[in-house]
Ligand binder design. Structure first.
Ligand SMILES: Cc1ncc(COP(=O)(O)O)c(C=O)c1O
Length: 431
């Protein structure tokens, strides 16, 4: 070839393009030399930070004159002339455009690269997500779609109480064999022989127990079991369970994910589309589905997840550290961000944030009630992950094996100095 055709200058440029699934930056680099001997081209996708990706994932694709964000679509049936397979939407129990936008954003948040130690470490994977009317609806979909009579399910003995009760009172009575074991020490790993499903919750609600997700996934897969991780307390931004080897990431997005204490939401994410299809069929047939208004509110909310999570986790860490200094009144503090927590090393390895939730023990029921009464900046309420700091004496519900003076606290977004001052005076009043 004549040199005049191959005199390639080094060219470097970014191409930014927008897809319906979000925006990406691609870096092209061409290198050449005179003559036709050497020619190099490099195409590289520039890695964006999670916070940027999450914000971009909530936007619509670029189309002149169209709004930046989706609006809720209120419809039960959709126009379906002729073969319904030709219509993207047919009936809103199966699908809805507002769900689709939210599921795309959640699927992107759950996607990533396999973690160090995984057989495919460093390789990228893409996940997809399905949204549910609540976290419990998402948990129930995994139980219902995966388990059949005679199958063995291994759950943490301190799993979120409603998940345990659902399994014990319904699925066990339909022929599922339940094995319970502690979260700590990866004790569930000893009960996997012949199991179909391993259910993990780490950090657990409300006792903040931690286990090694990657190690348990490896053992479960060797035993032929699927693994689901309830990632409610951490969110996928705080802990990428699919990157650690889990088959399902399941969560109550009622909590930090949506973070404004105003909607119920759940999701299931998976890398394997066939597994997810079974979950989707369950959702369609059970029919207790999410409304478009909730899906739209969730999309608005998740764009601020990175900011909210960073602030609330920072506040949780500072509160836990302060509580740990108050040995005059606080018997113990349970927060994986404290180096004294037995699961700290594992949590530091597998989590990006230690979470907004912590628990602590006061001497008895009266001390816990006094504390909650005197704390003016702590709203007494169940649930967690909202903008305002909340706490409750957990034993008032029953169901969890916790002492009477056990308090679960969810750090909000307030100024930390105000929170610490308020907690200090409330603890003083217990003395
Ligand atoms: C760990 C965990 N999983 C599941 C759920 C159920 O979520 P929802 O209340 O959205 O049904 C909760 C609720 O508190 C939870 O804490």
């Amino acid at each position: 070839m004549h040199p005049k055709y191959v005199a390639i200058k080094k060219v470097e440029f970014f191409l930014q393009f927008s897809t319906r699934a979000g925006n990406s930056d691609i870096h092209f680099e061409f290198q050449g030399q005179l003559g036709c001997r050497v020619f190099k081209a490099r195409v590289e996708s520039r890695k964006m930070h999670d916070s940027t990706k999450i914000i971009r994932s909530t936007l619509t694709g670029v189309a002149a004159g169209e709004p930046l964000h989706v609006s809720p679509v209120f419809a039960a049936p959709y126009h379906t002339p002729g073969d319904p397979a030709n219509s993207p939407y047919s009936y809103a129990r199966s699908h809805n455009p507002t769900w689709t936008a939210l599921e795309r954003a959640l699927g992107q948040m759950e996607s990533g690269q396999f973690a160090t130690g995984h057989a495919d470490a460093g390789k990228s994977y893409r996940a997809a997500a399905l949204v549910f009317a609540s976290g419990m609806a998402a948990c129930a979909a995994i139980f219902g779609a995966v388990l059949r009579p005679g199958d063995v399910a291994v759950l943490p003995e301190n799993a979120y109480f409603a998940a345990r009760v659902l399994m014990q009172n319904y699925f066990v009575k339909m022929g599922i064999i339940l094995r319970l074991a502690p979260t700590v020490g990866e004790a569930q790993g000893e009960h996997l022989e012949g199991a179909r499903l391993l259910w993990i919750e780490t950090p657990s609600n409300p006792t903040m127990d931690v286990c090694d997700i990657a190690a348990l996934c490896e053992r479960a897969h060797l035993a032929g079991a699927l693994v689901a991780v309830d990632n409610t307390t951490a969110t996928p931004l705080g802990q990428r369970t699919l990157a650690l080897g889990a088959d399902f990431s399941v969560a109550s997005d009622t909590k930090s994910m949506t973070g404004h204490s105003d909607i119920l939401l759940g999701h299931v994410a998976a890398r394997d589309r066939e597994l997810l299809q079974k979950i989707e069929e369950w959702r369609t047939l059970m029919g207790g589905v999410l409304g478009p208004m909730e899906a739209w509110l969730a999309l608005r909310s998740i764009a601020t997840l990175p900011l909210r999570l960073e602030r609330s986790c920072e506040n949780a860490q500072r509160i836990a550290e302060y509580l740990a200094t108050r040995t005059d009144v606080v018997q113990s503090v349970l927060y994986p961000g404290l180096p004294t927590h037995p699961g700290h090393v594992i949590a530091a390895r597998q989590m990006n944030y230690f979470g907004a939730v912590l628990s602590f023990n006061l001497v008895d029921k009266a001390a816990a009630e006094t504390f909650l009464d005197k704390a003016k900046l702590i709203t007494e309420a169940t649930s967690f992950g909202g903008t305002c700091t909340c706490a409750e004496r957990r034993a008032r519900w029953g169901g969890d094996a916790v002492p009477e003076g056990f308090i679960r606290l969810s750090a909000g977004l307030e100024h930390i100095d105000d929170l610490i001052a308020d907690i200090a005076q409330a603890l003083d009043s217990v003395l």
